[in-house]
Design a protein around this ligand. Structure first.
Ligand code: ADP
Length: 449
């Protein structure tokens, strides 16, 4: 097992990894920008290294500075968290070349899944069901018109290098394809430096259902069921739950087995998430994330496993500490993302937290790196905490969430907490009757009030 791990991240996820390290008896190293000198991950880690100015490009994304921090501290492995360099194949490769372990899959697998077109091709070959679409990059507008016509409208144009909901445009009819194709390309070029796009059937009322997988890198893989992340704003998840209120045990076992076999077949190493759209009892693969997800705690809650611990074990060459047949779903779990944002516009609201009280009690987990007196810097993601509840049933989990939200105090800045109070009053949320478009429609209707 490793003796020292460097965490190439910040915020709640850095804390999450430090906690796992501590329980394993592994020393932890935090890295931070000058803007994060007072951040909780720096205080909580055993050691810390300042690696640059506030801009992430010159700090959390600067590979050479991170390698230098590993060398200075003698860290043998790096956990990348999510975001930043977590899906950067180059980073994984360079660490490897320096004899430092990357806690994540191989550079080859990150590359395959990071390009959505090769990801779809690979998954298709592995027997995973995909969305009907162009099957490859669409070179020009003329081809885009032809392919969109063949697939049938509505269609969605997506950037092959896409992520974070960017580089996607819907065309509802032939009249809209020119603008959709050109603007998706333009946005992709600006955001990812790669304007290649492909076209898929645009599903009208799907749910976003993702399967958590873990591979040992030696041909064994398990699945840990699904998370339903259909409640999204601008293609970004805000509320996640496990299990999905829409899935039967049979369908779960079937899609789970398909995913576990797919990652076993490629000898995938570490944690990953295979994302699907789900409509009329059918699954359609959209992408695979080769890292830990923000919403991983709901899976941890219902299975009683520590996914970060398993990631570290696998990276150290140890087997996953359980087998598929050992896993059993226990109850229901929900996570809400508390962002430093002012409603109703979701405008970033950084600044000083004057008071903070985290909710507690049975079945409540608050993953956050804020504290009273902490100033949230304006340079990074607005996620400041994740409130996760676990209860024997979905109904009880919703009540527990309502109770826990009522206990949460974050003064001095605006947060998205009121959104969740309001959502919990909605019948569709109470019954689990929502698709990926539900939240956008609800927000529109409520803005008009
Ligand atoms: P990103 O990598 O940017 O997160 P994804 O491919 O995971 O992009 O898609 C993000 C979200 O966009 C999905 O959860 C879904 O809401 C929507 N979406 C993507 N593809 C489709 C599709 N074919 N039909 C309908 N909605 C889609």
């Amino acid at each position: 097992m490793f003796k020292k791990i460097l965490i190439a991240n910040r915020g709640e996820i850095a804390l999450r990894v430090i906690r796992a390290c501590r329980e394993l008896g592994i020393a932890s190293v935090a890295i931070h920008s000058t803007a994060d000198a007072d951040a909780m991950h720096v205080r909580m880690a055993d050691e810390s290294v300042c690696i640059g100015p506030p801009s992430s490009t010159d700090s959390y994304l600067d590979i050479s500075r991170i390698i230098a921090a590993c060398e200075i501290t003698g860290a043998e492995a790096v956990h990348p968290g999510y975001g930043f360099l977590s899906e950067n194949a180059n980073f994984s490769q360079i660490l490897h070349d320096h004899g430092i372990a990357f806690i994540g899959p191989s550079a080859e697998h990150i590359n395959i899944m990071g390009d959505k077109i090769t990801a779809i091709e690979t998954m298709k070959k592995l027997g995973v069901p995909c969305v009907p679409g162009s099957g490859g990059g669409v070179p020009d507008l003329e081809t885009a018109r032809k392919i969109a016509g063949e697939i049938g409208y509505p269609v969605i144009v997506k950037a092959t290098a896409g992520g974070g909901g960017r580089g996607m445009r819907v065309a509802n009819s032939a009249k809209e394809i020119d603008v959709a194709f050109q603007s998706a390309r333009q946005e992709a070029k600006g955001a990812f430096g790669n304007d290649e796009c492909y076209i898929e059937k645009y599903l009208q009322k799907p749910r976003h259902i993702e399967i958590q997988v873990l591979g040992d890198g030696k041909g064994y893989g398990v699945h840990l069921g699904e998370r339903d992340c259909s409640l999204q704003r601008r293609h970004q998840k805000v509320f996640e739950e496990a299990p999905s209120p829409a899935l039967s045990a049979e369908l779960r076992a079937e899609i789970g087995a398909t995913c576990a076999k797919a990652i076993a077949d490629i000898s995938y190493s570490g944690a990953g998430t295979i994302e699907f759209l789900y409509e009329d009892e059918q699954f359609f693969f959209i992408e695979m994330n080769t890292r830990l997800q923000v919403e991983h705690p709901v899976t941890e809650s219902i299975f009683g496993v520590d996914l970060v611990l398993e990631q570290i074990r696998v990276a150290a060459g140890l087997p996953i500490s359980f087998k598929q047949e050992d896993l059993e779903i226990n109850g229901h779990s929900i996570e809400v993302r508390i962002n430093a944002e002012k409603l109703p516009e979701f405008r970033p609201s950084p600044g000083k937290v004057t008071a903070y009280h985290a909710p507690g009690g049975l079945g409540v987990r608050m993953d956050s790196a804020i504290y009273a007196g902490y100033s949230i810097p304006p340079y990074y993601d607005s996620l400041i905490g994740k409130l996760i509840v676990h209860a024997p049933t979905r109904e009880a989990a919703l009540r527990r969430l309502d109770r826990a939200l009522g206990e949460l105090i974050v003064d001095g800045i605006d947060t998205t907490t009121p959104l969740f109070h309001a959502l919990l009053q909605e019948e569709d949320i109470q019954t689990g009757n929502y698709s990926i478009h539900w939240l956008e429609k609800w927000l529109e209707a409520n803005a008009a009030d």
